[in-house]
Every structure is written in C-alpha cells, then in structure tokens.
Ligand binder design. Structure first.
Ligand SMILES: C[S@@+](CC[C@H](N)C(=O)[O-])C[C@H]1O[C@@H](n2cnc3c(N)ncnc32)[C@H](O)[C@@H]1O
Length: 369
C-alpha cells in the first residue's frame, strides 16, 4: 500500500473504528504477558480510566533503570505507557509521546494535569505531539536527545520500518536504547495480507518477518537486537485467519542499543551490583542473560559493550575475560550455549514448559493488566 494511503487508513482506524479495546477485531493487541511486578501494577493503577480503555498495546514496555531518564514513546496512542512511565521516572525525568492520530493525542493531552496531581509533581513531566514516527525531525525532535525510546505495537503500522529505526537511532543519545514490543510474522507476508485494511489496522498486515528486524536494526547502526520475551498471537477471527493462511504471529519485545562506533568489544566477566528499582536481587536483561546480584557471569562481546556503554554501566563490575578462560567448560567443551534469537522458537520453548491455558490477557477477558 502507498504510504499516504496507509497513514490515512491507520488514522481512520484509530480515530473512528476503535473507540475502546472492546472494538478490536482480533487478539493481536491482547496478548499474554508474564506476571506484572507490583511496582509496575501500582503505576498502571494510577492511570486514568479513559486512557486505559484506549490502550491497544501488545505487551508491557517497561525498561529497567529509568529514573530521571528522557523517554520518547512512538505511537503513544491515548498515553497509557507514557503515564505509567511518568510515575516510574520521577519528576526529573520526562516522557514525550508522539502519535499520528489527532484524536488519540487529544485524549492523551486531556489527562496531563490529572496525572501530575496524582503523582504529586509540581509540573508535568509528559508532553504529547502529533506527528509521524518516520519523520521525527519534522516533529522537532533533535538528534541525541533521548535516553530511551519505547514503542508498543506501532512499528508494524508504519509503511517504512527502516525510516522509523533510522530516526530512532538519530534521536537516541550514544548509549541509548530502544525498548519495544511489536508484532512479528513467521514469514514474509504475502500481498493479500499486506493490502488488507483490517489486518493492517489490527497490527498483523504490516508485521515484519522477524529476521528482517535483525537485518534492518543492524543496517541502521544498532547492535544485534536482544530478545526479551515473546507470546503467541491467536487471531480469534475465522475470516481473517483464512486470509493469513499458514503464517504465524507473535508479539515480541526487543531491546536495541546504540553503542559508540569506535568502541572495541571483547568478552567480559560481569557482576551485577544490584540497586535497580524492582530488580534489586535479579535482573533478567533478555532471554539469554539473567544476572543475580553478586553473581559472576561471562558475557559475549555485544553484551559486554552494552553494559559498559549504556545507563547500566554503574550497576555492574566489569572486567575482560582472560584468553585462557574463554573456552567454556561443561558437558560440551568448546561449544558455547546457543543463544535464542528467534521469538517463535522462544514461544515454542515456553509452551513446552508451561502449556497455554487460554489466549486472553492475564487480568480479564481483554488486556494484560
Ligand atoms: C496499536 S495502537 C498502540 C497505541 C499505544 N502504543 C498503546 O499501547 O495504546 C497504534 C498507535 O500508533 C499510531 N500510529 C500508527 N502509525 C503511526 C505512524 N506512522 N506515526 C505515528 N503514529 C502512528 C496510531 O495512531 C495508534 O495510536
């Protein structure tokens, strides 16, 4: 579909067709998530009900270590994630939400004072702007001005995913991170799915083949994506299922880091020293790395670079691994444990460990919280 037509149809979909979550026609924006930690639940409970009713995200987008950070939310919708993060970052942090649909931005703006008062802040730490996520420059967003960019079920709706990631890379500070949940397809989707107005609006028709995320992210300069979690999407609509055929979908959360280009990377041994709110004893950084406070972990070159050059650097003791120690020991000497990068494989492994009971959210028939 031509970009202008996609922009128009997406705005129509989110302004006219969907009034609340109850109007969604598939389960794509309603996926199972892991249990929500108490400090996040408390922040979500503070969000105004009109904002929550219009939440169409497909996961939980809460990066760790966010106090005082400057955050940008791509496709912020009615602002649920912005307001949740407004509480978690504290009064000295700031969240900017950008969305292309005017009525979504209006709802979000309407509740700025409500949340400022709820959190006891002297001035708001949130603002919302109308604009396209492929053109952050036109929205006045400056290079290297954000610590973190988040997004919840939006990049799939863009007609130009490469432009989105290029712009995110530009606006992130060096060491910054994009932490985002989105819908991914098991194959490159055929034209018939891509051209389907409802499938696109419901976040399926524009879903990237998961392998393309790895390709595009690295092309624009990010480190290889780090997979955080994934859950299977069941469409729950016979007519639309027949259009997508064999193709499978997952909602997956990835983190992308912008590391200095000239930084020479090497394997390291790291110790998490604790001190991250909500993750004091253990930090599950992604599906491949879990750090217990005080425990020594060997990390690969990419992870070592992230821990040294991002906002996590003050939370770890880090030293290069001596050459002689790089040969792993254990049951298969010489063969490092294979990393999980495929969200579909992760979902399959999780389903073997804990068979899926139902395809609805964890707190009621619709929604993850
Ligand atoms: C599935 S909703 C998710 C909204 C929000 N992140 C949430 O979790 O409730 C997608 C949102 O992305 C916005 N959107 C879609 N394409 C966009 C684009 N190219 N630029 C900016 N916003 C866009 C839509 O207007 C809509 O509000």
């Amino acid at each position: 579909m031509a970009a202008e037509r996609i922009y128009r149809e997406v705005q129509d979909y989110y302004a006219k067709e969907l009034k609340t979550r109850e109007d969604l026609k598939t389960n794509a924006c309603i996926t199972l998530t892991k249990p929500v930690p108490t400090f996040i639940k408390e922040a979500l409970q503070c969000v105004h009900e009109e904002v929550s009713a219009k939440f169409y995200g497909c996961g939980l987008v809460v990066p760790e270590c966010v106090e005082d950070c400057l955050i940008l939310d791509l496709g912020s919708g009615s602002g649920r994630d912005c307001y949740m993060l407004s509480k978690l970052i504290g009064e000295n942090g700031h969240v900017t939400g950008i969305d292309i649909t005017e009525s979504q931005v209006e709802v979000a703006k309407k509740h700025i004072d409500y949340h400022m008062n709820k959190f006891g802040y002297q001035k708001p730490n949130v603002n919302f702007i109308r604009g396209a996520i492929e053109k952050l420059d036109e929205a006045g967003l400056k290079s290297e001005s954000f610590d973190i960019v988040i997004s919840n079920c939006v990049v799939n709706l863009s007609p130009d995913k490469r432009a989105v990631l290029r712009e995110v890379y530009r606006v992130l500070k060096v060491g910054g991170e994009m932490y985002f949940t989105d819908v991914y397809a098991s194959h490159d989707l055929p034209e018939v799915s891509r051209k389907h107005r409802v499938l696109w609006g419901e976040c399926l028709g524009g879903a990237l083949w998961w392998k393309d995320l790895y390709k595009i992210a690295q092309e624009v300069g990010f480190q290889p994506p780090r997979l955080v979690t994934a859950s299977r999407i069941t469409i729950g609509n016979k007519e639309l299922e027949s259009v997508v055929g064999e193709c499978q979908f997952v909602s997956a959360t990835f983190r992308l880091f912008k590391i200095p280009k000239d930084f020479s990377i090497q394997r390291c041994e790291v110790i998490y020293t604790g001190g991250i709110t909500g993750h004091e004893k253990e930090l599950e950084f992604d599906v491949n790395y879990k750090f217990k406070q005080g425990g020594v972990v060997d990390v690969d070159e990419d992870m070592a670079a992230i821990l040294q050059k991002s906002r996590f650097s003050g939370k770890f003791l880090i030293r290069p691994v001596e050459q002689k120690k790089t040969t792993p020991t254990g049951c298969c000497p010489g063969k490092p444990k294979e990393k999980i990068i495929n969200p579909f494989r992760l979902v399959e492994e999780m389903e073997v460990k804990a068979p899926v009971q139902s395809s609805v959210g964890c707190c009621g028939s619709k929604g993850c919280c």
